[in-house]
Ligand binder design. Structure first.
Ligand code: CP
Length: 318
């Protein structure tokens, strides 16, 4: 792995991504019987900086760093000087003197990039307004453990063309998947992301397609995926979005339109009976809690490889 940071899915090559998924599977299999090689962060610390709320990401990184032998340091805006206006550059420079990697959940991708530019240690995107690449790694691990491989599978995402959709487009096409996104007009993923995903797909056999008819998009899907209709920071649009997104609900009709063995996915937290029907999230096709669990394994694999083989992976404390 040659990546220095993991700010966007495309910071990994297809081969890097496969290596992360392979190690994630191995770490998952021997989680209760780890060997010395499974603790590559021994003597190292990782800052977990959260400027937005989180359940899964925060806890899975906290537990994951500890399981890798490292020391996680959780920081949030309200209990640090970030929330009082200390610049992200100064914060990055200071944290770099204490820790061996910085995991960040923040707002604009540009803020994350500024933090990474000022950091002398690897930075990992734990969700920005633009992308959620750690989520996509866990999603791919979940699909691969059910289907054996990823290339050629069709994942249909119903709903908002948001950060999760962006990461699925980029990570999915890196893995050779067809990623179809059905969104209401005006809520599609960014054109530049779709174009980038198709450029990746030209080399991997993957494809990115934006559609507007949810049932047409669901037809023949191997995976049906959805996310909240109003992301963090869009809560004041919840009512208007609930109307616009109704036809994109992941419900029994969408499941019936897909392949008989379709996997149902949601990155959580879910609004039951809004973007996904309770009968579907709790039904036989759902793998949502495997997805949530795999956040732990995929992120442990990512941190292991980034800190031992990545551009800054000196293999020991600085
Ligand atoms: N899926 C996800 O990122 O969940 P959290 O917001 O709880 O971290």
């Amino acid at each position: 792995m040659t990546a220095r940071h993991f700010l966007l899915d495309t910071d990994l090559t297809s081969a890097d991504q496969a290596a992360v998924l392979d190690l994630a599977d191995a770490l998952k299999a021997r989680r209760r019987t780890p060997g010395p090689a499974d603790r590559p962060l021994t003597g190292r610390s990782v800052a977990l900086l959260f400027e937005k709320p989180s359940t899964r990401t925060r806890i899975s990184f906290d537990v994951g760093v500890a399981e890798l032998g490292g020391h996680p340091v959780v920081i949030d805006a309200t209990s640090s000087h970030i929330g009082r206006g200390e610049t992200i550059e100064d914060t990055a420079a200071v944290l770099s003197r204490y820790v061996d990697a910085i995991v960040v959940r923040t707002f604009a991708q540009e803020r994350l990039e500024r933090l990474a530019a000022a950091s002398s240690v690897p930075v990992v995107n734990a969700l920005s307004d633009h992308a959620h690449p750690c989520q996509a790694l866990a999603d791919l691990q979940t699909i691969r453990e059910r289907r054996g491989s990823l290339a050629g599978l069709t994942l249909t995402y119903l709903g908002d063309g948001n950060n999760v959709a962006h990461s699925l487009l980029l990570a999915g096409t890196l893995a050779g998947m067809r990623i179809h996104v059905a969104s209401p007009p005006g809520y599609e993923p960014f054109e530049q992301v779709v174009r980038h995903a198709n450029e990746i797909g030209a080399a991997t056999g993957g494809e990115a397609l934006v559609m507007h008819d949810a049932l047409e998009a669901a037809a023949d899907a191997d995976v049906l995926y959805t996310d909240v209709w109003a992301s963090m920071g869009q809560e004041d649009e919840s009512d208007s979005r609930s109307l616009v997104f109704q036809p994109y609900r992941l419900d029994e009709k969408a499941v019936e339109a897909a392949r008989p063995d379709v996997l149902v996915m949601h990155c959580l937290p879910a609004h039951r009976e809004l973007e996904i029907a309770s009968a579907v999230i709790d039904g036989p096709h759902s793998v949502v809690f495997d997805q949530a669990e795999n956040r732990l394994h995929a992120q442990k694999a990512l941190l292991s490889l980034l800190l031992t083989e990545g551009a800054d992976g000196a293999g020991g404390p600085r």
